[in-house]
Design a protein around this ligand. Structure first.
Ligand SMILES: [Mg+2]
Length: 229
C-alpha cells in the first residue's frame, strides 16, 4: 500500500489559505485594523498553536476553529464571543473551501501509480478531510483513509501508522509513506520500517541518518515509488 499525507502534500493548502484569507480580511473589520503581513503572520502562529491544542485534546475541532478567529480578532483589538468567532470562522471557511486546490502535478502523479492501492493517513478531522477529497474529486483514488480523529492518535505517534498497516493487512516494511512534514510524516514512518518519500518543496536541511528519498514534487515522488518496487 502506498500511503500519502493530504494537506501540503497532495493539497496546496498554503496557497488556498492565503487566497481565502486575503478575501476574508477585506470583507471583515480586520482589514482596517491589521495590514496583510502582520495579519498573515499572526494568523499562521495562531493556526499552528490552536491545531496542536486540538491534537492534544485541549480543544474540540470546532473549538479550535472559534479560538483561531477569537485570537486573530484579539490581535486586532476586537473582542468576539465564542459564538460570533465560530460564525466568522465559518464565513472564512466557506471562502477557503472554494479555494482548495491540488498541486498542479497531483493528478498526474497519482495517475502514474496506476492501479496500485493508495491510502491516506492524515491528522485532520474526518469530516473535513473527506470533504476535501470529495470537493477535489480524488476520493475515488483512495479506498483507504485513516484520520487522527478515527485512530484516536495523531502523527507523529507511530501508532497511527501501525494501525493503518494493520487495517490493510500489510507489514510496515511493505508500505510506502509520502508526506511533506519530516518530523510528523517521515521520521515515524521510517522508524517503523516503512519506505518513505519526503516531498520537501521548501528545500529544508536533510536530517542526518535518514534514508528517506527526498523529492520536491509529486511526480518525482511517484517515480521514486516506482523505482523502489
Ligand atoms: Mg502535510
Amino acid at each position: 500500500m502506498i500511503f500519502f499525507d493530504l494537506d501540503h502534500t497532495l493539497l496546496d493548502l498554503e496557497s488556498a489559505d492565503r487566497d481565502a484569507l486575503a478575501q476574508f480580511r477585506t470583507m471583515s473589520p480586520l482589514g482596517e485594523k491589521l495590514a496583510w503581513e502582520p495579519f498573515y503572520e499572526a494568523w499562521e502562529a495562531i493556526r499552528i498553536d490552536c491545531f496542536q491544542r486540538y491534537l492534544d485534546g485541549e480543544l474540540t475541532y470546532d473549538g479550535q476553529r472559534a479560538e483561531r478567529m477569537r485570537c486573530i480578532h484579539k490581535e486586532a483589538g476586537i473582542d468576539l464571543s465564542e459564538d460570533d468567532a465560530f460564525a466568522e470562522f465559518m464565513r472564512y471557511h466557506a471562502i477557503l473551501r472554494e479555494s482548495w486546490r491540488l498541486f498542479p502535478e497531483t493528478w498526474i502523479a497519482l495517475t502514474l501509480l496506476g492501479n496500485r492501492p493508495l491510502g491516506l493517513i492524515t491528522n485532520g478531522n474526518a469530516r473535513q478531510q473527506r470533504d476535501k477529497l470529495k470537493k477535489l474529486e480524488i476520493e475515488g483514488k483512495f479506498p483507504f483513509i485513516l484520520t487522527a480523529e478515527e485512530a484516536g492518535c495523531a502523527k507523529p505517534d507511530p501508532q497511527i501508522f501501525l494501525m493503518a498497516c494493520e487495517r490493510v493487512g500489510e507489514k510496515p516494511e511493505d508500505c510506502f509513506y509520502v508526506g511533506d512534514h519530516f518530523a510528523s510524516d517521515i521520521a515515524p514512518a521510517e522508524a517503523l520500517g516503512m519506505k518513505t518519500v519526503w516531498v520537501d518543496r521548501k528545500r529544508q536541511s536533510f536530517p542526518e541518518g535518514s534514508r528517506a528519498v527526498r523529492v520536491n514534487n509529486l511526480i518525482s515522488a511517484a517515480c521514486a515509488v516506482l523505482d523502489w518496487e
